[in-house]
Design a protein around this ligand. Structure first.
Ligand code: DQA
Length: 159
């Protein structure tokens, strides 16, 4: 099982940008914690960050046939990108979107969300801990998929 973590624009600046909103943690630290949890659970994990919309679309498309789940913080593109939404809908994988801040209690323009309707679930407002919560959610989904596959295999064997 493989999870791909996709990070949108300006998230490479975590630890520097608007610390009053996003906190002091760097993206590398968040990823190190997620990697730890993935290895404890025997799951492969890959990280990708880009400031470019098309590169994010390309990465989502690459997940098709390669990964079983996506954790994404599309950052500002959350509020504008039909292309990212369409890519997520196209690959149709279990997808959890994360927002470090609570986008519902910030500026009006952050209430518009193009991504959420094509995601399995959203985690917002928990700070960097939201990525850990998303990992827990994704591992649960992976377990359910695996259990369903095993049940199907043994049902086929019994025929
Ligand atoms: C963000 C919220 C977005 O509105 C913003 O553009 C970001 C980060 C978050 O994680 O809280 O860059 O996705």
């Amino acid at each position: 099982m493989k999870i791909v973590v996709i990070q949108g624009p300006n998230l490479n600046m975590l630890g520097v940008r608007e610390q009053n909103i996003y906190g002091p943690m760097k993206l590398e630290q968040i990823h190190a914690q997620m990697k730890e949890v993935a290895s404890q659970n025997g799951v492969e994990i890959e990280f990708f960050q880009s400031n470019l919309e098309g590169e994010l679309v390309d990465k989502i498309q690459e997940c098709y046939g390669d990964a079983q789940g996506i954790i994404i913080n599309a950052a500002a593109y959350t509020h504008t990108s039909i292309a990212i939404r369409d890519a997520l809908a196209a690959v149709n994988l279990p997808t959890i979107e994360v927002h470090i801040s609570n986008i519902h209690r910030r500026e009006e323009f952050r209430k518009e969300n193009m991504i959420a309707p094509v995601c399995t679930s959203s985690v917002v407002g928990f700070g960097p801990f939201g990525y850990h919560l998303a990992m827990m959610g994704m591992l649960q989904i992976m377990n359910e998929i695996q259990a369903a596959q095993e049940a199907q295999a043994s049902a086929q064997q019994a025929q």
